[in-house]
Ligand binder design. Sequence first.
Ligand code: FMN
Length: 215
Amino acid sequence: MSQLSPDDLLKQLQWRYATKQFDKTKTIPNDTWEAIEDSLVLTPSSFGLQPWHFFVIKNPELRNELLPHSWGQPQVTDCSHFVVLAGKTSMSEDEIDFFLERTTKIRGGEIEALNPYRDMMLGFTSQMDAAAQLQWAKLQTYIALGQLMTSAALLGVDACPMEGISAEEYDRILGLPEKGLTTSVACALGYRSNDDKYATAPKVRFEKSELLTSL
Ligand SMILES: Cc1cc2nc3c(=O)[nH]c(=O)nc-3n(C[C@H](O)[C@H](O)[C@H](O)COP(=O)(O)O)c2cc1C
């Protein structure tokens, strides 16, 4: 297993920044994009339930439609690939069973052997009301967002995470409620424009001592 050096990791994390201006002429190559999609799929989640769906929006008309509901941020239309991360609006017993069937298919064994795990997951999800389930699913999507941004940075791809969007309008345009989904956050990916002054702005972070305590 090859290992990234600590220096290389920090170099890439320093290199990444929330890109404000993308170079419209540059497209992420297919093999790089495939790896980024796979990194999304590999995102870990609570219990492994993956309460999300990711929409990769390439269609320029659809992006134009989303633009006014994104505080007019040009990253939506100028980036190479625009991803909307959506959370499941509820986690039903059927969804949990679907996950357990998949687990058995991949790992083998009898599905009944997973009953204690099933009971634990149902115990966890059933004690949440609809709002809490939604909140939980949205929290999970942020793990995917983090993985997406870091994976992109390691591959030399620029990204801008975007909460400055109207989830209601995105839901309407993408037809998410009928799919049992709701917009959580978005991410524009591509390559920075030479004119983006934010690319060279020093990072604003609190001191490590203010953020981290070793006990
Ligand atoms: C969840 C999340 C949502 C964000 N939403 C936006 C956004 O809508 N538009 C934008 O330009 N930047 C957005 N940002 C970028 C942050 O402002 C930026 O990450 C932060 O200022 C740190 O700067 P850096 O990422 O360049 O290091 C968002 C960041 C995160 C993590």
